[in-house]
Unconditional design. Structure first.
Ligand code: GTP
Length: 171
């Protein structure tokens, strides 16, 4: 069972392809106001979680709220795929700007699981190929996460790993 001892004040990046279970994991382990979800911010600024041309507005709003929380010393979780280095760099910079530890929880599930879940979700209007690209980007990224500035990296590689992980807060 993977133990995830989180620093009390951290910027937590949940990293994983679509359907890897980030939102479910976040709801299980964190408070509603601790989690900033890119889907939620897309919906707030555009009326739908899936308006892709709302990405810029959604992320700038998400980063703004994250910054306001971090300056108050509140642990903040970012629920976005973050499979691309440039997306993660903004998170590391945000954490550093507020003297907070950037940490990563990676959900790296087998492609077969992602495909099966994607098939079962009528609410995701993109093709399975998108998930394949996200997974490729993620796998390329894995070894470099510490070098990018994440102070702790926990990687969950199976459904069982994700479902049994224990998150604790350490002062
Ligand atoms: P995106 O918002 O598309 O990036 O997906 P996500 O990574 O946030 O995944 P989400 O938590 O929305 O879960 C996607 C699907 O997988 C849902 O249908 C969930 O019911 C299922 N799922 C998520 N986590 C688990 C899990 O731990 N166990 C099982 N059995 N199913 C899960």
């Amino acid at each position: 069972m993977t133990q995830i001892p989180l620093p009390e004040l951290a910027l937590v990046a949940l990293i994983g392809a679509s359907s890897s279970g980030k939102t479910t994991f976040a709801a299980r382990h964190f408070g509603a106001y601790e989690v900033l979800s890119s889907d939620h911010f897309r919906a707030l600024v555009s009326g739908s979680e899936h308006t892709l041309d709302a990405n810029e507005a959604a992320f700038s709003s998400l980063y703004h709220v994250a910054a306001r929380r971090l300056e108050r010393g509140l642990l903040t979780v970012v629920d976005a795929t973050s499979v691309r280095a440039e997306d993660r760099r903004r998170l590391v910079e945000l954490a550093r700007a507020h003297d907070v530890l950037p940490v990563a929880i990676v959900l790296d599930l087998p492609r077969s699981v992602l495909d099966a879940r994607h098939e079962a979700r009528p609410d995701r209007p993109f093709s399975g190929a998108v998930i394949g690209r996200q997974q490729t980007d993620l796998r390329r990224s894995l070894r470099g996460l510490s070098r990018e500035g994440f102070r702790h990296v926990w990687t969950l590689r199976s459904v069982d790993d994700v479902e049994t992980a224990q998150v604790t807060r350490v002062p």
